[in-house]
Every structure is written in structure tokens, then in C-alpha cells.
Design a protein around this ligand. Sequence first.
Ligand code: SF4
Ligand code: SF4
Length: 180
Amino acid sequence: MAETEEKTGPPVTLIDPIDMSQLDPKFREEISSMPNGEELSACFACSTCTAACPIANQWNFKPHQLIRMMLLGMRAEVLSSKEIWECLTCFECQERCPQKVRVTDIFFDCKNLAAEEGIVPENILALARSLIEKGQLYEVINDWEREDLNLEPEVPGLSTEELKSILKGTRTGKLVGGDE
Ligand code: SF4
Ligand code: SF4
């Protein structure tokens, strides 16, 4: 019989008891009233979304817990959670939800709400700055890789000026000060 592999990875994190006095009962309605939130209340906590999620085992709050937290009104915890930003947007959870809860899209809505309140992780802000300042999320800096592929050293015809001016007027631009 094969030996059982030793499990590695983060320890299981137990969530502190919920402080009922801190709940925001309007949060459930806030999410439900958005176009993606129509089915939020239909969640019956089956955890199928978490079972399908390729990254949930790295998260303190799993997808089904985040949905439950929304239903309970844990606005501050959800909007300040790192998990909504680490979501891979693979839609595995949403595709499999038997109740048609738009889990991935709801996480997008939560990111928008968090961003409106200025709660954005520094690594995401750095990407936004790169987009505003350089017109690209990722710069092509390894010219040798292009050379190996017999490509021109620089990406041809890449003009970022118009893109940059458009982005400066967006909410992302405002978020990182690119509209100043
Ligand atoms: S799969 Fe759907 S119904 Fe099940 S816990 Fe996740 S969101 Fe709720
Ligand atoms: S979309 Fe996000 S939450 Fe859903 S399964 Fe993929 S990584 Fe997990």
C-alpha cells in the first residue's frame, strides 16, 4: 500500500466567532440589488463553489464562506478580504453552483465596492499604475526572448499614448492619481 503523502500547505485557519453587533444588514441587499446578485439569497451553503475552486485551499475565507458572509452582512470583512482580489476569475465556482449564484461576478462587484472605498491591495495598485503610466500591465523587457523567437526586439506598432489618456479619465485612473 502506498504511503500516505504528507500534507503541506497553510494551516487550517479557524474564523473568530462573528460579532453580531458589527453586522451590516444592508450589505445583503446591496449585493442582491446589483445585476449579478439576483440569486445571492438562493445560496444554501452546499460548498460546491469551494470544491470547484482551484485556489480555495490557500484562502482563509473560502468562496462559500464569502457568500455566506455577504448574506450575514459582514461587509467590512468581505470588502477588506484579500481573497476577492486573489480570485483567478476562472468561473469554476459560478459554472457549478446549483443555485445559479454568480459567485465570480459577485466577487467582481465586491472588488468594485472595495475600490470605491479605497480598499485595494498594493500589488493591484502597482498594476494599475503601470497601466496608467505605461499603457501596459506588463512590459516586455526580455528582448532576448523575442530574439530567440526571431521576433523584432520591440513590440511593433505599440502606441500607448491614446490608451494612457483614456485610462486617466477612468475610475482606475482616479484610484492611482493618474487623472491629476
Ligand atoms: S455552490 Fe452556490 S449554493 Fe453552493 S455554497 Fe456556493 S454559492 Fe452557495
Ligand atoms: S472564479 Fe475565483 S472563486 Fe471561483 S473558482 Fe475560480 S478562483 Fe475560485
